[in-house]
Design a protein around this ligand. Structure first.
Ligand SMILES: Nc1ncnc2c1ncn2[C@@H]1O[C@H](COP(=O)(O)OP(=O)(O)OP(=O)(O)O)[C@@H](O)[C@H]1O
Length: 344
């Protein structure tokens, strides 16, 4: 029994004619993208991807332009038809789903928020938000009541009668968010939703997503090419390159233990003290450290430990699950602040 919200196994999407045989061909499937294109005219946008998204998790898919993020997230609801592999949503294999089941899945279980809002220009905010409920057959009173509720949730109270063109980009994306929430889906999929927005509006929208996630606890899959957005939002981050997964882990795992030079380079600009926890820099407990020294949890972000460590006359003890597991001193903090990378 798999209790994941979304479970992906050996997923491939190959664009181009004859693409279906490429995952089955050991020689072709092992070719780098440029050679594959040259030999076959096909593009393997998603290559043999496997991962699970837990219920209530914010799972970020990130990578540079062309790495396959949009293709992957669209394969999850078959907006793009996968070439092979399996995707199961709440235990249901969606590659086997019939058209009616697929429609239900998209309407009721997995809502999508796109970069280019996709709002209906001749409908008001209220009607845009209510649209999904309307095609689902929800009675008018009920769909308007629900839509007003979610419009309120995303902070658009008072704009119910406005048309999309009367709203700023950030507000239009709030309508997109409200529309996705209206049907109370199990999961929300975001495809670079904020990349067209100004930086300040973008920050507001990220905070909005964090707040909504805290309040509602919905499973979210979020595509971005922005590492700081990924680190801010993601419980876990999957980094893609040329259609493949390079590393999947929490932000501090990616920064503290990059799988290879590509990831190390990717995260090299991230301020380590803002992401890593004490667990990454703790040293073994030394005999001379007093037992009554201050204690901090190993899950404390280094930045939040600076004050305590710098003001302590002795090393600070690091505690995990009720036991003292190590210590840190000023030098360990200063090495991180100076950007010295801990030995792997
Ligand atoms: N319909 C298509 N036909 C052929 N190739 C495609 C198609 N859609 C995408 N591709 C190719 O698949 C690869 C992955 O594209 P995709 O849009 O998924 O990447 P991405 O990481 O989302 O990029 P971006 O951040 O620029 O949106 C690219 O090489 C792209 O050219």
């Amino acid at each position: 029994m798999n209790s994941s919200a979304i479970s992906v196994r050996n997923l491939w999407k190959v664009f181009g004619s004859g693409g279906a045989k490429i995952p089955l061909d050991p020689e072709l499937s092992a070719l780098p993208s440029s050679n594959l294109l040259e030999r076959t005219g096909c593009v393997a946008a998603v290559r043999n991807m496997s991962f699970d998204v837990a219920r209530g998790e914010v799972f970020v898919i990130m990578g540079l332009s062309g790495s396959g993020k949009s293709t992957l997230i669209r394969c999850l609801t078959r907006l793009i038809e996968p070439t092979s592999g399996s995707v199961s949503i709440g235990g249901q294999d969606i590659l086997q789903a019939r058209p009616a089941e697929l429609r239900d899945l998209r309407r009721q279980k997995m809502s999508m928020v796109f970069q280019h809002f996709g709002l209906l220009p001749h409908r008001t905010v209220l009607d845009n938000v209510a649209y999904g409920l309307q095609i689902r057959g929800t009675a008018k009173n009920e769909r308007y009541a629900r839509s007003r509720e979610v419009i309120d949730l995303v902070g658009l109270n008072g704009y119910e009668g406005h048309y999309p063109e009367q709203l700023s980009g950030g507000m239009q994306q709030r309508v997109g968010l409200a529309r996705a929430l209206a049907g109370d889906p199990d999961a929300i999929l975001f495809d670079e939703p904020f990349s067209a927005l100004d930086p300040l509006i973008r920050r507001d929208m990220q905070a909005e997503v964090i707040r909504l996630h805290k309040d509602m606890g919905k499973t979210m899959v979020f595509v971005t090419h922005d590492l700081s957005e990924a680190l801010k939002l993601g419980d876990r981050i999957l980094i893609m390159r040329h259609g493949e997964a390079v590393q999947c882990g929490t932000g501090d795992e990616l920064v503290g233990s990059p799988a290879n030079d590509y990831i190390a380079d990717f995260v090299s600009e991230v301020p380590r003290s803002d992401v890593l926890t004490l667990k990454w820099i703790a040293e073994p407990l030394a005999a001379g450290t007093p037992g009554d020294a201050p204690v901090l949890s190993s899950s404390t972000i280094i930045r939040d430990a600076i004050h305590t460590v710098m003001h302590s006359s002795s090393p600070v003890l690091v505690e995990e699950a009720g036991a003292i597991t190590g210590q840190i001193d000023r030098d360990s903090i200063l090495s991180v602040l100076r950007g010295v990378r801990a030995a792997a």
